[in-house]
Design a protein around this ligand. Sequence first.
Ligand code: PLP
Length: 433
Amino acid sequence: MNYYSLNSPSTFVSFKEATIRGQAPDKGLYFPEFIPALPDELLQNLSTYSREEVAFQVIRPYTGNTLPQSELRRIVAETIDFDFPLVPITPDTSALELFHGPTLAFKDVGARFMSRCLGYFVRGNDKPVTVLVATSGDTGGAVASGFYDVEGIEVVILYPAGKVSSVQELQLTTYGKNITALEVDGSFDDCQRMVKDAFADPTLQQQLFLTSANSINVARWLPQQFYYFFALQQWADKDNPPVISVPSGNFGNICAGLMAWQSGLPVNHFIAACNANDVVPIYLTTGDYQPKTARPTLSNAMDVGNPSNFVRILEIFNSRLPSLRKMLTSYSISDEETAAAIRELYTSHHYLPDPHGAVGWLALQRYLAEHPGTKGLFLETAHPVKFYDTVEPLIGNKIPLPPSVEKLLSQQKQSKKIEAHYTELKDYLLSYK
Ligand SMILES: *Cc1c(COP(=O)(O)O)cnc(C)c1O
């Protein structure tokens, strides 16, 4: 299997090269040259296979011959080493909980898979690889946890001082060893700009082997298909496939779901559940795609004004809007509606969602009401404790701390404070090399 850049469909690279580079030199996103069809035997008997076997079968065509089978099996098993339960909420809706990994959000799956692939690919290199990443919250922790102690890889995370939750900050500042957290006196946009400047700097490129671990990397994007298959393993009504609602920001997660469906996974319909950042809901209604600056909301991991993975969704559907509309609906949910959904789920259904999951549930309810006879599930993308400052006042109750968070709260933050100037980042990177 090879990958082409969506900006220049005639040059191809291997899975290894796409993983190491992240983005194509022409700044396009990598896309597989074809979407594999999975064997009918597997699709029809999903629940009789182990999760490891299903995940291995799903990803194997994408890695081609860049990873030996035994290595890939080990990577897959380590990636999904926690639960993915499908929890019933109402007679027609369930939550697929993706927060049972080490940093309590679905991004653990992609980060764990990518770190292990990259670790394998750089084995024996004389220069260590430096993974540089800017985070607004969830990505930093998942990347730190995923890459911790991986040989040959140094990780540098930039995060905006005072703008991530205390749990998120501890998740990215307490590892030490090969993980460095730079606390930037500025905004997330400043962090992202500094990272972009570093990638565009020829002196730095000469001296260091720099790569990124953001969500457009194929090794973070493609393994996100796994849990759509795990959902179907647990779906009881085999004759009535689910409507799947995905809380969406950069649209990597839902795009992975669409790939799974293209490979043969039975899904009735997909819903991209968005907050006030409504570029895609408007596009699907009007056909007009107008990127905007991101607006802050309660579900801040989805505050994205120009979703980077949307071009991949267009590629799946050959940019044909009518076929896309048949399979994908998108709703924009306001903060007031999100707050009301959290309260309703908690009081009427005894389920405590995080703000992102609440957006997913409400969008699902809306679609099911418009399509009688359908049933569905939403992805619960993070544990509510990660957003306790939003959720606790709404439910008038404390959220019990999971053991991993309790342990975290007793640890010491280690960060290096820097100003929001690129030269500070550059000086740091050149000095530690
Ligand atoms: C990153 C994130 C999202 C958005 O996922 P995309 O793949 O960017 O669409 C949703 N919920 C949570 C909790 C996240 O951390």
